[in-house]
Design a protein around this ligand. Structure first.
Ligand code: ATP
Length: 138
């Protein structure tokens, strides 16, 4: 059996998971990366996307993360996220409503740069949440 490492995902609001896992894949801002037990330590920022991991029973799991930071050490990965939800905790109707709101704001044009960028970020979060829920059987 593969050596395990501890995966912890934390937001300012809650502890999302603390689990022993075989492998973690995460959306780094300069590209997706994978971590196995014994990995060289590194720190990176994250973009909105999915954390994929294999739990200690070898089952594939998936978590939404809205961005934040990841610290990898040889025996653990700690993800400090702005927000994060396990697949089963994602409210698909809420994500669809957020996508709809963001698209309407974007359709109004770029009159206000800050709101345009916020709407774009909100759209990316909603799309990633919807993709996770609609991904088959993880
Ligand atoms: P919304 O516009 O619906 O609030 P958002 O992308 O702006 O979406 P975030 O700022 O990422 O929301 O998160 C705020 C809080 O709401 C966090 O606790 C996050 O986990 C939760 N949250 C946001 N959207 C969803 C969702 N679709 N399902 C479950 N929890 C959600």
């Amino acid at each position: 059996m593969a050596e395990l490492l501890k995966l912890e995902v934390v937001t300012p609001e809650k502890y999302v998971i603390s689990e022993d896992v075989e492998i973690v894949m995460a959306p780094g801002t300069i590209g997706e990366f994978g971590v196995l037990s014994g990995h060289t330590p590194f720190l990176t920022s994250l973009k909105p996307g999915t954390i994929n991991y294999k739990d200690s029973a070898g089952k594939d799991k998936i978590i939404f993360v809205s961005g934040g930071f990841s610290e990898a050490l040889p025996d653990r990965v700690t993800i400090l996220a702005e927000s994060a939800e396990r697949r089963r905790d994602i409210d698909i109707d809420r994500a669809r409503a957020a996508l709809d709101r963001a698209q309407k704001r974007l359709a109004q044009g770029k009159a206000d740069n800050i709101n345009f960028e916020r709407a774009k970020a909100s759209m990316y979060r909603a799309i990633e949440r919807i993709k996770i829920v609609e991904t088959r059987s993880l």
